[in-house]
Design a protein around this ligand. Sequence first.
Ligand code: TPP
Ligand code: MG
Length: 426
Amino acid sequence: MVAGANTSYGSLGLAFVTSWNARSGSAKAEEAVPSLATLKPRSEFPAAEGDIANIVQQIDGAGSVVIMCGAGCRGAADLLRALSDRLRAPLVHTVRGKELMAYDDPRWMGGLGMIGTKAVYHAVQNCDLLLMVGTDYPYSNFLPTKGSVIQIDQRPQVLGRRAPTALGVTGSARPTLKLLLDRVSAKTDGKFWDKITHERKKWDEMLDKQSDLKRSKDRIHPQAVARAVSDAARRDAIFVLDTGLNTLWSANWIRQTGSQRIVGSFNNAAVGTALGQANGVQALDRSRQVIALTGDGGFNMLMGEFMTAVHHRLPVKVVVYNNSALGLITLEAESVGLVPFREAIEFPNPDFSALARACGGHGFMARKPDELMAAIGEALAIDGPAIVDAVVAADEMPNMPHVELEQVGHYAVAKIKEAVLAVTGG
Ligand SMILES: Cc1ncc(C[n+]2csc(CCOP(=O)(O)OP(=O)(O)O)c2C)c(N)n1
Ligand SMILES: [Mg+2]
């Protein structure tokens, strides 16, 4: 029955192709089009003189300025630092911008949104002027609503589409920042800077506490996994993040050096893609340390990619946050007041360290806090592909730098519904 259905679909497709070819002559592309020379980086260009004058006037008139840096700021870190110092302006970043500067640079205050800090949320909401550079940051509910935004980007189509924007300027980050730096007046009032720095310090202390391995005796908290990997990684390692709650653990707890890369499916948020990306990155440079950090759901989807690593001798390291669940789906359901469908969300896992060995790679397991550092250390030190199976607490809640009351309400309703169902049996 099933085979018959397949056959008829197959012949239907073939019939369609044949008749289309007959009508159109041939569907084959005869030759490759020789335009490889067009595959080169886009050239940078500065904003127009009138726009620069306008931005300078608005910056000079503003009391407090915050500069939000996206991936378009690549190569502009020194200019951003200089502008930050001149304006006493905190630098904040998107996820794709995080890698541009070291975590402990005093100007680099942190990210905005779920991968971000309360200090940055307050900075962005309370500054007189938000200068967005090289970013199409999509989460509008974290951006100011009162229109005090200037956006600079070489892609005209992204200007003004995420927040009410006073001025949108087409220009590449680097040459435009250079022109601004030549023209803006220095600011002397450091009160705003000091306040954000103070809040940032408190947030960092909270991150340290949550990732402290001594926090629980018997359970590994996922924040500790991210922090341990970050602390053990080489200073020029490449982290490849997957999608899920694990993105929040990795992106919030990695303390980047400024010479590391942090890549992932950040625009698409495609679960399961980290290991494939890591293999691709590692194939470009086998001497660089490449570490994929993934959820167990994501790893299970495309675990065959580990065999690709073994086959092609790609020494990627894979760290699996093993919570036996599609963790983010639980949170998504609860945040809109739905009881999570746990039969589908929770699942059994193989022993990922044994799986690694079965594939011809190296495997390490950490079930208890005192096993974590050794597992990660050994995996990173070994020559060849390796998996660390880190069994983590499944009920860990992410930090909410900004939570709307409505969301809290939904979450509470979901929890109450779940409790009632547990008692009544549904
Ligand atoms: C290809 C794809 N499938 C499904 C989703 C929806 N989705 C987003 S997060 C997530 C859960 C991922 O689970 P896991 O990898 O275990 O990560 P955790 O949230 O538990 O850290 C899913 C299914 C997606 N974004 N992309
Ligand atoms: Mg999971």
